[in-house]
Unconditional design. Structure first.
Length: 251
């Protein structure tokens, strides 16, 4: 059983198409989308429609909830969220509202063998799971989340692997018997790597293996789309992409 999981498209159609093409050539059994589809890119409706037409299992992310008015975006993202919402029609809005929090894949009758797919964590779409403390020191220069904080959010999780995005840094770590697999993001990288990323999870011989895949895409397409659509703050997006080759996630 081979499961492809991608997350955090954020309105980046060029990166989304590149990831979907890469997945298509790998002969997977199922594809799952793990949330955050529209906000922060120039083509929110096109990304939503592309994923919806695939008829694949999808779950919601925190920015999807911003569009639905279920939670408030931070002040610096309000205008972009309002603009993204205005690009969607009523059917697309209703589709977003229908998405669940989690998606579970069961290779056996035992829940202890399951792959549980979430956006951020098993309880909500907001609370971040950071890499281990040692990697936080390397990446941030400080500990932003003590490893002990995971106890409250992961206690009672019945699965072999928890796959998630939200924090756009690919990572695999262990918490007791549970494997935590951050499959990273299609857009807005958090690890200074401009590639679009997704996870491939393989069940074989009674256990899961996890691979991160990095995919090149034509960033000039997104620059052109920003210039054409001109969402709020588009000049900053274009300038940053032209200077760095990508627009980073800021956490």
């Amino acid at each position: 059983m081979r499961i492809a999981v991608f997350s955090d498209v954020h309105g980046n159609l060029a990166a989304l198409e590149a990831v979907l093409q890469d997945i298509a050539r790998r002969q997977v059994d199922e594809v799952v989308f793990a949330g955050d589809l529209c906000v922060a890119g120039p083509r929110p409706a096109a990304c939503l429609e592309r994923v919806r037409q695939m008829n694949i299992p999808c779950i919601y992310g925190n920015t999807d909830h911003w569009l639905l008015g279920i939670s408030e975006p931070p002040e610096h993202m309000k205008s972009m969220s309002e603009w993204a919402l205005a690009q969607l029609n009523q059917n697309q809005h209703a589709w977003l509202r229908s998405l669940p929090l989690t998606h579970r894949i069961s290779p056996t009758d035992s829940t202890g063998d399951d792959l549980l797919i979430v956006h951020a964590n098993p309880k909500d779409a907001y609370w971040l799971i950071f890499p281990p403390e040692t990697e936080q020191m390397t990446h941030y220069g400080r500990i932003r989340q003590p490893d002990s904080d995971l106890d409250e959010w992961l206690a009672g999780t019945e699965a072999a692997v928890l796959a998630y995005g939200h924090l756009h840094i690919p990572n695999i770590r262990h918490w007791g018997d549970l494997v935590l697999a951050n499959i990273s993001s299609v857009s807005l990288p958090g690890d200074d790597d401009p590639h679009a990323k997704y996870g491939l999870l393989h069940w074989e011989n009674g256990h899961w293996t996890i691979e991160h895949h990095r995919v090149e895409f034509d960033i000039s397409q997104e620059i052109a789309a920003f210039k054409q659509a001109q969402p709020p703050g588009w000049e900053i997006f274009v300038q940053t992409i032209e200077e760095k080759g990508y627009f980073p996630q800021v956490v």
